[in-house]
Ligand binder design. Structure first.
Ligand code: PMP
Length: 429
C-alpha cells in the first residue's frame, strides 16, 4: 500500500465517521468503518487494497458474485434509453413487463401477478396490506390479525417491523402496528419431533384469536436474521394445511431464500408448499440495484378482485432495476448457479461441524448456502466477526449466531479458507 492510498483511506474513514449515520450503528459512537472499493466474484477489496473473502455476500443479496460487467451494461443501456417513469396506475415499461412474465414462469403455478418494490421491507408492507385489503374487500374487515414467529425478520417499516419477532430490534420506537400474534420459533435440530408442538400451538392460537379475525400467516422458509434456522422437514406442509383449513393466507418471506440461496428459484419448492403471497428482493437483482417483487397467488387475487389498492412507492417498477434483474436471472440460469447451493453448502457445513465439540458452540446448522454457527451467549460473537475480518474473511454476527451466506460463485478453495479462518476464531471466542 502506498502512503497516498493510506492517506485516502484515513481521510475517507474520518469523513464517514463525521457525516454518516449507518444502519444498525450506535449514533455518535467512535467508528472504524471498513470502506470497500471494488469486488469480483466472492472477493471484495477495501480502499487500502486489502482483499476479503465475502462469506455473507454483503447482506446475503448477491448470488452471482461481485463485479459482473453484464449487470452494469444492462443498467447503463436501460438508463440511457428510459431511466425511469412511474408505474402508478396505467403507466408501464418494457423491462418490468418482461420481468413479471419471467418471474411468473419461474414461480409456483398458483402465482398470477407481480407487484414490484425497492426491497424486502417494502415487500412485506405490501404483502401485509394486500392480505388485509383482500379480506376487507371480500366483506370481512375484522380479519386483519397477522400470525408471525419469534425469531422472524421481515423488515424495518411499520408493519414489517411489527411482524419481526426479535426483541432487540423492536425496542425504543413506541407502539408498533397492532394486530400481530407471535408463535414459537420453528427449529429443526433441537430435540425430536418439534413439528407436533408447533402445529398444536398454531391450532390453539387460531382457536383463541378466532380464525375469522386472522388475515395471514407470515414467515421465512428458513429463519435468516433470526440465526439461520431451518424448520423441521414436515413443518411447512403441515402449517399450510392448517392455514388452508381456516382460510388464512400464507405470506412467504423469500427475501433471502429465493434465487438460489437454498437451491431453488423459490424456497417454497424445497418445502413443497404453494404460498398465497411470495415476497422477494436481494437475490432478484443480486443487489446491484435496489429491487424487489411481491408475487400474488390466485386465492388472494380472487378475494381482492375489484379492490382499490391505493398503495405504492415512487420507484416501484423501476425499469433499470427490472433490466438488471432480468440480466441477473439470465446469469443464474446460464451458469447453473442454483445447483451449486447444496453441494457447496454441504462442504462448508461439513468443514464447520467439528466446532460443535467445543463447549461454547451450541450448534452448527444450515440449509443450502444459509449457514449458522450458534455460540453460547457468553462467547463473543461480535469479536469473531472482527477477528475474521482482520484475517481477510467477512462473516456476520447476528445475535449469538455467526451467519454465513457466500455468493454461489465462491470456489472450493475460497470456501475452505473461509472455514479455516472461522474455525480458528470461533475456537478462540
Ligand atoms: N425479510 C427478510 C427475510 C430479510 O432478511 C430482510 C433483510 N435482511 C428483509 C425482509 C428486509 O429487506 P430490506 O432490508 O431490503 O428492506
Amino acid at each position: 500500500m502506498t502512503g497516498r492510498e493510506d492517506d485516502r483511506a484515513r481521510r475517507l474513514a474520518d469523513l464517514d465517521a463525521r457525516t454518516i449515520i449507518h444502519p444498525h450503528s450506535v449514533i455518535g459512537a467512535p467508528a472504524e468503518p471498513l470502506v470497500l472499493d471494488r469486488g469480483e466474484g466472492a472477493v471484495v477489496w477495501d480502499v487500502q487494497g486489502k482483499p476479503y473473502i465475502d462469506g455473507t455476500c454483503g447482506l446475503w443479496q448477491c448470488p452471482v458474485g461481485h463485479g459482473r460487467p453484464e449487470l452494469a451494461e444492462a443498467a447503463a443501456e436501460q438508463m440511457a434509453k428510459l431511466e425511469f417513469y412511474s408505474s402508478f396506475g396505467d403507466y408501464s415499461n418494457e423491462p418490468s413487463i418482461r420481468l413479471a412474465e419471467r418471474l411468473l414462469e419461474l414461480a409456483p403455478p398458483n402465482m398470477r401477478r407481480v407487484f414490484f418494490t425497492n426491497g424486502g421491507s417494502e415487500g412485506n408492507e405490501t404483502a401485509i396490506k394486500l392480505a388485509r385489503l383482500a379480506h376487507h374487500h371480500a366483506g370481512r374487515p375484522e380479519r386483519f390479525v397477522i400470525l408471525a414467529r419469534t425469531g422472524g425478520y421481515h423488515g424495518m417499516g411499520g408493519g414489517s417491523l411489527a411482524a419481526t419477532g426479535i426483541d432487540r430490534l423492536r425496542a425504543g420506537y413506541g407502539p408498533l402496528m397492532p394486530g400481530i400474534e407471535f408463535l414459537a420459533k420453528p427449529h429443526a435440530m433441537r430435540g425430536a419431533d418439534v413439528t407436533d408442538a408447533l402445529v398444536a400451538e398454531l391450532e390453539e392460537r387460531i382457536e383463541r384469536v378466532g380464525a375469522d379475525r386472522i388475515a395471514a400467516f407470515v414467515g421465512e422458509p428458513v429463519l435468516g436474521v433470526g440465526g439461520m434456522v431451518p424448520p423441521p422437514a414436515d413443518y411447512w406442509p403441515r402449517v399450510q394445511e392448517v392455514l388452508r383449513r381456516h382460510d388464512i393466507l400464507l405470506i412467504l418471506d423469500e427475501v433471502v431464500t429465493a434465487f438460489g440461496r437454498i437451491g431453488h428459484w423459490f424456497g417454497c419448492e424445497r418445502y413443497g408448499i404453494e404460498p398465497d403471497i411470495i415476497v422477494t428482493a436481494k437475490g432478484l437483482s443480486s443487489g446491484y440495484i435496489p429491487m424487489g417483487a411481491v408475487l400474488a397467488g390466485e386465492r388472494v387475487l380472487d378475494l381482492a378482485d375489484g379492490a382499490s389498492f391505493l398503495h405504492g412507492f415512487t420507484y416501484n417498477g423501476h425499469p433499470v432495476g427490472a433490466a438488471v434483474a432480468l440480466a441477473n436471472i439470465g446469469i443464474l440460469e446460464r451458469e447453473g448457479l442454483l445447483g451449486r447451493a447444496d453441494r457447496l453448502g454441504r462442504r462448508l457445513l461439513d468443514a464447520l461441524k467439528p466446532l460443535e465439540r467445543l463447549d461454547h458452540v451450541l450448534e452448527v446448522r444450515g440449509v443450502g448456502m444459509m449457514l449458522g454457527v450458534e455460540l453460547d451467549p457468553a462467547a463473543n460473537a461480535a469479536g469473531v466477526q472482527a477477528a475474521a475480518r482482520a484475517d481477510g474473511v467477512i462473516v456476520r454476527a447476528s445475535g449469538d449466531t455467526i451467519v454465513l451466506s457466500p455468493p454461489l460463485v465462491i470456489d472450493e478453495q475460497q470456501l475452505d479458507t473461509l472455514a479455516r479462518v472461522l474455525t480458528k476464531h470461533v475456537a478462540a471466542a
